[in-house]
Write a protein that binds this ligand. Structure first.
Ligand code: C2E
Ligand code: MG
Ligand code: MG
Length: 596
C-alpha cells in the first residue's frame, strides 16, 4: 500500500482518536491483506508511469519481486509493440477524469516468455490514500490463446486446416477491394472432386478424410504464398488467386492442380485417382472484353465459379470451364429440360436404340444392349448423358426406367419370334441405382417378364459399378431377388469405381463390362495393357463373363482376343442403331446363316 496520507488529525479526544486510528488500521490491514492475496497484480503508477507500488502477486504473474519493479517506468516493462497503445489508453483515463480504462499489453516473465496481460486502470490521483493511477493487472495469456484457438476454429476447416467458407469470403472481399485500387483482377477456382462419395462409401470415412487432406496439400503446393485455398464443405474447395493479369493465369494454375492430382493416391494399400472438376471465374477492376458483366461482389464471383464448375462436371471428369454469362442460360435450359422430362414418359418421347454385343472369337452376334434416346419435340434427339443424370436427380428415372424395361423385353420377344437364330442372344438393359433402391423393383421386373413372355435368362440387367457402393446392403438384397427371377446381372463401366476384389465376390454378378477407358489404350499403352489383362484375370477368377466396351480399332480387338476376352461391343462392329436398322442387320445374318 502506498503511504497512507490524510490521517485524521483534528480529534481532541484521545480515545476517539485511538478508536479512529484503530479503525483505520483495521481497514488498512484488510485492504493490505486483500491486495497481497489477490491473484491480480496491483500496481500504482505516477503521472510519468514510474511504478510507485507493486503488490507481491507480481511473483505469481511475472516471476519477479516488487522490489524489481518499483521505481522503473511502466513503458520499459511492457512489450515495445504494446507501449504506444498502452500509454494512449492510460492518458485517456487521465484526461477523462472519472475514468476507468482497459488496455492489453504483453510483459516479460522472468522465464523469458511474454505474458498477455489485461490492465484495468482507475485514476486515483485525487484519492489522498493512493495518489496515483491504480492498475489491476490480470494474466490473460490462456484466455488469449483460447480466443486465438476459437478464432482459428471459426475460420478454418478442422480436417484440412484450410480456410473455411467464412474466411474465404472475407479474403475474397478484401482482394476485390485491393483489385479495384490496383486495377488487377482476382480469380476464383471452385473445385469439386469426382467420385469422392464412392471412395467414402467403399473405403470408409477415414479413407475419405485422408483423401481430402492429401488433396488439400497437393493443391496448396500449386499456389503462391498469397493465394488462399479453402474447403467449403464436403469435397468442395475454393481457391483465390490474387494479382491475376489474364484468364490464362488462372487456367495455368488449374492445369497445374490437375497435374498434381494426377499421381495416384495411396489409400489403405490401394491406389486410386482423385480427379476434380474446376470452375473458374474472374473478377476485379479490369473489364474483360467479350465476357460481359463482371461479377460485382464476392458472393457473385463464387457463384459464377460454382456454376462454371457445374458445367465442367457435366462435360466429363477432370475438366475445367471458365465462367461465361451464357452458362446462366444453360442453367435455365437445364431447368426447362427437367420440366419437360417429367412429361416425356407420358408423351412417349423416348425411343430405344440397340447396340450389338459380339462374340469376339467368332464375330457372331451375342445380343444387344438397349440404349435410350429422347426425341425432344423442339431440341431433336438428346443423348442419355444429357438427361439420365437429370432423370436420376428428379426421380423421373423410375417411370422412364420401367418404360425402357417393358419396351426392351417386348422388342426382344418380338425379334425372337421373327428371327429365330441359332445364336444364343440376349437383351441388356441399363438399370439406375434409383430404380434399384425401390423395394418393388424386382416385383416389377417379374411382372414385365411375365407380360412379355421373355425367358428371364435372356434379360441382362446392367448396373454401373460406382452405383453399387451406395447402400450396399439393400442393393445386395435387391440383386439377390433379381437373381432369383433367373435374370442375369452385369456390372457396367467396371474400373471407374473403387470396388475391391473381395467386395465384388459378394455380389451375384454374371458378367463384367470393362469400361471403355481401359479398352482405349489396350492395344497401345503398356501400363494400361497390364491393367486390362489384370481385370480380365480377375473376372475369370470370379467366374464372370467378360465384355469389352467401346472397341473401335483392329489392334484393340486383336489384343482382347489374345487376352481371351469373350464378348465386346463398340463402333468397330456396330454403333447403336434404331430397331429398323437392327432388323436389317438380323435379316442379313439370317440369310447368311441360311446360305451357309
Ligand atoms: P453404357 O451402358 O456404358 O453404354 C455404352 C455407351 O457407350 C453408349 O452410349 C454407347 O453408344 C457408347 N459406345 C458403345 N461403343 C462405343 C465406341 O466404340 N466408342 C464410343 N465412343 N462410344 C461407344 P450412350 O448410348 O450415349 O449411353 C451412355 C450411358 O447412358 C450408358 O452407358 C448408360 O450408362 C446410360 N444409359 C443409356 N440408356 C440407359 C437407360 O435406358 N437407362 C439407364 N439407367 N441408363 C442408360
Ligand atoms: Mg450399359
Ligand atoms: Mg458402360
Amino acid at each position: 500500500i502506498p503511504s497512507v496520507r490524510g490521517v485524521v488529525h483534528n480529534s481532541h479526544d484521545v480515545t476517539e482518536r485511538w478508536l479512529a486510528e484503530a479503525a483505520l488500521r483495521q481497514s488498512e490491514e484488510r485492504f493490505r491483506s486483500l491486495v497481497q492475496h489477490a491473484s491480480d497484480m496491483i500496481t500504482v503508477i505516477d503521472a510519468d508511469t514510474t511504478v510507485r507500488y507493486q503488490s507481491p502477486s507480481v511473483a505469481r504473474v511475472l516471476g519477479r519481486t516488487p522490489e524489481d519493479i518499483v521505481g522503473t517506468k511502466l513503458s520499459t516493462l511492457v512489450h515495445p509493440d504494446d507501449v504506444g497503445s498502452m500509454l494512449a489508453v492510460l492518458s485517456d483515463v487521465v484526461s477523462k477524469g472519472d475514468g476507468v480504462a482497459v488496455a492489453e499489453a504483453r510483459m516479460l516473465h522472468s522465464d523469458g516468455s511474454w505474458r498477455s496481460l489485461e490492465f484495468i486502470g482507475t485514476d486515483q490521483r485525487q484519492n489522498p490514500a493512493i495518489g496515483g493511477m491504480v492498475l489491476n493487472i490480470r494474466d490473460v495469456t490462456e484466455r488469449k490463446s483460447l480466443e486465438r484457438q476459437l478464432r482459428y476454429q471459426a475460420l478454418h476447416d478442422p480436417l484440412t486446416k484450410l480456410a473455411n467458407r467464412t474466411r474465404f469470403a472475407d479474403r475474397l472481399e478484401h482482394a476485390l477491394i485491393r483489385a479495384a485500387r490496383t486495377g488487377q483482377m482476382v480469380a476464383v477456382l471452385f473445385m469439386d472432386l469426382d467420385n469422392f462419395k464412392a471412395v467414402n462409401d467403399s473405403l470408409g470415412h477415414a479413407a475419405g478424410d485422408l483423401l481430402l487432406t492429401t488433396v488439400a496439400e497437393r493443391v496448396q503446393g500449386c499456389l503462391r504464398p498469397g493465394d488462399t485455398v479453402a474447403r467449403l464443405g464436403g469435397d468442395e474447395f475454393a481457391i483465390l488467386l490474387e494479382d491475376v493479369a489474364a484468364v490464362d493465369d488462372a487456367t495455368t494454375v488449374t492445369t497445374r492442380i490437375f497435374a498434381a492430382l494426377d499421381a495416384p493416391f495411396e489409400l489403405e494399400g490401394k491406389e486410386l485417382l482423385a480427379r476434380a472438376g474446376v470452375g473458374v471465374a474472374i473478377g476485379g477492376h479490369t473489364a474483360r472484353p467479350g465476357q460481359g458483366e463482371q461479377a460485382a461482389d464476392a458472393d457473385a464471383l463464387l457463384r459464377d465459379a460454382d456454376l462454371a464448375m457445374y458445367v465442367a462436371k457435366s462435360k466429363g471428369k477432370a475438366r475445367y470451364e471458365v465462367f461465361d454469362p451464357s452458362m446462366q442460360v444453360s442453367m435455365m435450359e437445364r431447368l426447362e429440360l427437367l420440366a419437360d422430362l417429367q412429361r416425356a414418359v407420358e408423351r412417349q418421347e423416348f425411343v430405344l436404340h440397340y447396340q450389338p454385343v459380339m462374340l469376339l472369337k467368332t464375330g457372331e452376334l451375342f445380343g444387344v444392349e438397349a440404349l435410350v434416346r429422347w426425341d425432344h419435340p423442339r431440341r431433336g434427339q438428346i443423348q442419355p448423358k444429357e438427361f439420365i443424370p437429370l432423370a436420376e436427380e428428379s426421380g423421373a428415372i423410375v417411370p422412364l426406367g420401367l418404360w425402357v424395361l417393358r419396351e426392351a423385353c417386348r422388342q426382344a420377344k418380338a425379334w425372337q419370334r421373327k428371327y429365330p437364330m441359332s445364336q444364343v442372344w440376349t437383351m441388356s438393359v441399363n438399370v439406375s441405382v434409383k430404380q434399384l433402391q425401390h423395394p418393388a423393383f424386382a416385383g416389377e421386373v417379374a411382372r414385365v417378364l411375365k407380360q412379355s413372355r421373355l425367358d428371364p435368362h435372356r434379360l441382362i440387367l446392367e448396373i454401373t459399378e460406382s452405383v453399387m457402393m451406395h447402400d450396399v446392403e439393400p442393393t445386395m438384397e435387391r440383386l439377390r431377388e433379381l437373381k432369383a427371377l433367373g435374370v442375369r446381372l452385369a456390372i457396367d463401366d467396371f474400373g471407374t469405381g473403387y470396388s475391391s476384389l473381395s467386395y465384388l465376390r459378394q455380389f451375384p454378378f454374371d458378367l463384367l463390362k470393362i469400361d471403355k477407358s481401359f479398352i482405349d489404350d489396350v492395344g497401345r499403352v503398356a501400363g494400361r495393357r497390364e491393367l486390362t489383362s489384370a481385370i480380365i484375370e480377375l473376372g475369370k477368377t470370379l467366374d464372370l463373363e467378360l465384355v469389352a466396351e467401346g472397341i473401335e480399332r483392329t489392334d484393340q480387338l486383336a489384343r482382347l482376343q489374345a487376352l481371351e476376352c469373350e464378348l465386346g461391343q463398340g463402333f468397330y462392329f456396330h454403333e447403336p442403331m434404331d430397331s429398323g436398322a437392327i432388323e436389317r442387320l438380323f435379316a442379313t445374318l439370317t440369310s447368311e446363316s441360311e446360305a451357309a
